[in-house]
Design a binder for this molecule. Structure first.
Ligand SMILES: *Cc1c(COP(=O)(O)O)cnc(C)c1O
Length: 302
């Protein structure tokens, strides 16, 4: 039953972020806490799932199957939602069986797991990848890795309304842009669509520059028919996805006012610091930093 999940509309809180390097530059930042929408179903991955779940419901599916790695925030959010709202979930995993904290959770949430190896996982973009899985699970709806594409982006558009509703409580009358981490760029595309050129969205790439994030954003925005998207991408992967160096670890440890993980949110805030200190933003600029979650994936990682 997917209907109870579609009736859940969590509101992420908007909170001021006080850091000395922001204060020195006269920049104000508020954080949209996607990491705190729920104790188990966390982060941008819930919002990226919503319209996929709606599509699943509309075709009469009972549950959902999807793909990810052994630390996947996407599979974690999906499995947690399946458990909470009572719909079956199947996870197709990259690589060979291993028991990460994430995988233990997936099992505990009742997700059925299949390990595809590395070669098998690489086949996921081929046209007939889902055919045997649809035969095996005719009542489950396939969702792409990470909940990407236009349906994924549409779910993230809601963040703009959430933030605007809460702004006056922070004493803000307006804001000048958004700052967030990008993996596929789907979340950023959602913000770009919702802003429709009114305010810029700044994305920090957590993956190498040749991963096609800009193309993905352009494709989503084009499919939605927005002709003047306003966004900018920065290279923030620090040598590759999931590469963690001492400077990053130290930054996360010393930024005690907010919990960050090293793959996305830590890299995103660290690059904001660099851009602020390089004078990219005039004093008085107000930015909304999206805490995209991911704290579960950090367990047993660094
Ligand atoms: C998946 C993920 C992202 C990247 O989101 P995209 O929509 O793929 O750009 C950012 N932060 C966290 C914590 C994530 O889990």
């Amino acid at each position: 039953m997917l209907l109870p999940a579609l009736d859940w509309h969590p509101q992420p809180r908007l909170e001021r972020l006080h850091l000395d390097w922001l204060a020195r530059a006269g920049i104000e930042v508020a954080v949209l806490r996607l990491d705190r929408i729920d104790p188990l179903i966390s982060g941008n991955k819930w919002f990226k799932l919503v319209h996929h779940l709606r599509a699943a419901h509309e075709v009469g599916a009972e549950g959902v199957m999807s793909l990810g790695g052994a630390y996947s925030n996407h599979l974690h959010a999906l499995a947690a939602a399946g458990k909470r709202f009572g719909f079956p979930t199947v996870g197709l995993l990259r690589g060979h069986p291993q028991e990460t904290p994430t995988v233990l959770d997936l099992n505990a949430f009742g997700m059925t797991l299949h390990w595809l190896g590395y070669g098998g996982y690489r086949e996921r973009h081929t046209a007939d990848f889902w055919v045997p899985w649809r035969v095996r699970y005719p009542d489950l709806y396939p969702v792409p890795e990470g909940g990407s594409g236009l349906p994924g982006a549409r779910g993230c558009m809601a963040w703009v309304a959430s933030a605007r509703e809460q702004m006056s409580a922070l004493g803000w009358t307006d804001y000048h842009g958004w700052w967030l981490a990008c993996g596929t760029g789907t979340s950023l595309a959602g913000l770009v669509l919702a802003e429709a050129g009114e305010r810029p969205v700044y994305g920090v790439l957590a993956v190498p520059q040749d991963y096609g994030v800009a193309q993905q954003v352009e494709s989503i925005v084009g499919e939605a028919g927005l002709s003047h998207p306003l966004y900018e991408l920065f290279d923030g992967s620090r040598g590759g996805f999931a590469r963690v160096d001492a400077e990053l670890t130290t930054f996360i440890e010393t930024t005690g006012v907010i919990e960050l993980e090293p793959l996305y949110t830590g890299k995103a805030l660290m690059l904001l610091k660099a851009r602020v200190e390089a004078g990219q933003f005039a004093p008085g600029t107000r930015l909304i930093f999206v805490h995209t979650g991911g704290l579960q994936g950090r367990r047993g990682f660094a």
